[in-house]
Design a protein around this ligand. Structure first.
Ligand code: ZN
Length: 623
């Protein structure tokens, strides 16, 4: 479907054409307006596409700006007269097509989409070169001062391109349905190292110049770069970790099972297709737990728990090397194809490496979280509880909820339980191998499912259409029994009834999962005094485990348990991971602590990436 964005109407009005950029044409209203193509979040059209990027860039930390030249190889169909790119707040200096400078046109600025950039080409055109600089509002980029890093000695830059932010640092056809290979040459200050979602250096170069190669085609949301004072430590032949020097040992310890995980994944669904698998631990303002940038997963330091208890996040990002990076959702409306498959695969990797009992605790937490989130969402945005989303005209980031992840997971788990694991694994392996480096829509997946896995009876019994196209969670949601969680629940019950707690050897043996289940099971009417008893016994307010802290903030903020407030404040100021920020700020609002929430946010906001800021601004009514 084509989208008629407000910007198109605006194109007809002279007053909209006030951009200061030179060499810019004014588009005539009678011309085909600049509208999005098949993907409502990109201006790119199917008749002229990019195929390879050669990116030459220099990173200026003083100006907080990247100056670059994007040399794009293109292919076009007969009759193509223009090629369309997506940009967001880029200052374009000049554009050349096959070496000749050309005029170009820009659509008016759209808050979510940025601008469409139209460049005239001939059918025979081979290359488009765009000279440009990033703007102050480059939403993918986060420039950190030294104080915002672990070592506090050097500044740091990282990108977050998903979903549609790549266009704020590279002019690109920013749709998950469009793939390209890339090379890059990047200059950075001499005391820093640059890394990308590509072949990476293991040591610092004396001249501060780095070359990269990504021979496997990727969509632009997987373009990534990090620049900082980081070092590398190998974990196996093909895996390793990058981190600031003070975090390197801890990180290498935490991710010691990386190679085992890659092997487990390969055994399940076929060879790892990307060469090396490395991981970089970023500063705490990174807005997500992890980002599956090919060859180099970006990870939050909040998973450094010291006991390897939060490494399921790594299993998740690794799983994306198949689901998402290899077989990619065609548009953000099909996001569950990336994330639901990845959560399923993540649980399977965890089961293979740490055993079923352990992975089932994770699944049980996932199930509880899903039901809670879906119940909330049904009140305000019921349509977003469908697996197949409709994000046209919205920020695709609105689709990042537990639905594509966890409803997607349970949908796949239900199919596994319906047809048996052996058949399901065979199906998935063929699905990944048969569609590698391709894109997938929800509808294509359903046809593939009908042809290759489910009989008509099975299709009906799973209730495929209800899972994908209807709101809420279907009643055939798989159960996840866990004896270990049942034991924890019994302890909560006896504590609430009689104030009794088990001896230390019981709770000392708990995993992070059991602690989370314990905290999540505390009833809504628990008193401050009871929370104080638990805090005294277990030191929960002082926990160094970010998942436990975030869970503990829920009942304590609700009960106005004051001893936790200073921890809430320091946590929100130092951590920028949205998964923790949203529920914690929301808990403050729900508890009538709006002023406290805003006071903390005023201090914390400069530390957050644009992705987190956008969500918190909306939540807190920030202006
Ligand atoms: Zn994911």
């Amino acid at each position: 479907m084509r989208s008629l964005l407000p910007g198109i109407l605006c194109l007809a009005l002279v007053s909209c054409n006030t951009s200061p950029q030179n060499k810019k044409q004014t588009m005539s209203p009678t011309e085909e307006a600049m509208e999005t193509g098949q993907d409502p979040h990109s201006y790119a059209k199917s008749n002229a596409r990019v195929s390879h990027l050669n990116w030459i860039a220099s990173v200026d930390f003083e100006a907080k700006q990247i100056s670059a030249e994007a040399q794009w190889d293109i292919t076009s169909e007969a009759g193509a007269t223009d090629i369309f790119f997506d940009i967001y707040d880029l200052e374009i200096d000049s554009i050349l097509v096959d070496g000749e400078r050309v005029n170009y046109a820009l659509s008016p600025m759209d808050h979510h989409l940025g601008q469409g950039l139209r460049i005239p080409i001939k059918e025979t055109s081979k290359q488009v070169v765009i000279h440009y600089r990033t703007g102050d509002d480059a939403r993918a980029l986060q420039w950190l001062d030294p104080e915002q890093t672990a070592d506090k000695s050097h500044p740091f830059l990282f990108t977050q391109s998903q979903a549609i932010l790549a266009r704020s640092w590279v002019p690109t056809q920013d749709s998950p349905g469009i793939r390209f290979t890339y090379n890059a040459k990047v200059s950075v200050p001499k005391d820093m190292i640059a890394l990308m979602s590509a072949s990476n250096p293991m040591e610092r170069a004396d001249d501060g110049t780095y070359k990269f190669e990504m021979p496997q085609a990727i969509p632009s949301y997987l373009l990534a770069m990090a620049v900082g004072n980081v070092r590398f430590e190998a974990i196996s032949e093909r895996t390793g970790v990058y981190a600031e020097p003070s975090l390197l040992d801890t990180s290498a310890y935490e991710f010691a099972d990386l190679e085992k995980m890659v092997q487990a994944a390969e055994e399940l669904y076929g060879p790892y297709a990307w060469g090396r698998y490395d991981l970089i631990v970023l500063p705490p303002s990174f807005p997500f737990g992890g980002m599956e940038n090919p060859r180099l997963t970006f990870a939050t330091p909040t998973i450094l728990a010291g006991d390897r208890s939060l490494v399921s996040l790594v299993a998740h990002e690794l799983a994306h090397s198949w689901s998402g990076n290899l077989v990619t959702n065609a548009t953000w409306d099909d996001f569950w194809l990336n994330e639901g498959f990845t959560v399923y695969f993540e649980h399977r990797i965890m089961e293979a490496v740490y055993g079923r009992e352990y992975s089932e605790m994770l699944a049980s937490l996932t199930r509880d979280g899903l039901q809670e989130a879906a119940a909330e969402m049904l009140k305000e945005m019921p349509n977003d509880t469908k697996l197949k989303l409709d994000l046209e005209g919205r920020n695709p980031d609105d689709g990042v909820t537990s639905i594509p992840y966890d409803k997607g997971y349970f949908f796949l788990r239900l199919m596994e339980e319906t047809v048996g694991r052996e058949r399901f694994d065979e199906f998935l392996k063929n699905y990944f191998q048969g569609h590698k480096f391709e894109v997938m829509t929800t509808e294509e997946f359903i046809s593939y499912l009908k042809e290759n896995l489910l009989s008509e009876e099975e299709y009906a019994s799973v209730r495929i259409d209800e899972w994908i196209y209807e709101t809420g969670i279907p009643s055939n949601l798989p159960e996840v029994p866990s004896d270990r969680f049942a034991a924890v629940s019994a302890i909560v019950t006896s504590f609430m009834a009689e104030g009794e707690l088990p001896s230390a050897d019981v709770s000392n043996a708990w995993t992070t999962h059991e602690w989370l289940h314990f905290i999540n099971s505390l009833p809504a009417d628990i008193s401050k005094e009871q929370l104080g008893v638990l805090d005294g016994a277990y030191g929960l307010s002082a926990s160094g485990n970010s998942e436990i802290s975030a869970a503990w903030f829920q009942p304590t903020i609700a009960a106005a348990y004051e001893p936790v407030y200073s921890k809430v404040e320091s946590f929100l100021i130092s951590v920028g991971r949205r998964k923790f920020l949203t529920p914690t700020y929301r808990a403050l609002l729900d508890a009538g602590q709006e002023q406290m929430a805003k006071d903390i946010y005023a201090k914390a906001r400069p530390n957050y990436h644009a992705v987190s800021r956008e969500t918190m601004d909306a939540l807190l009514g920030w202006e």
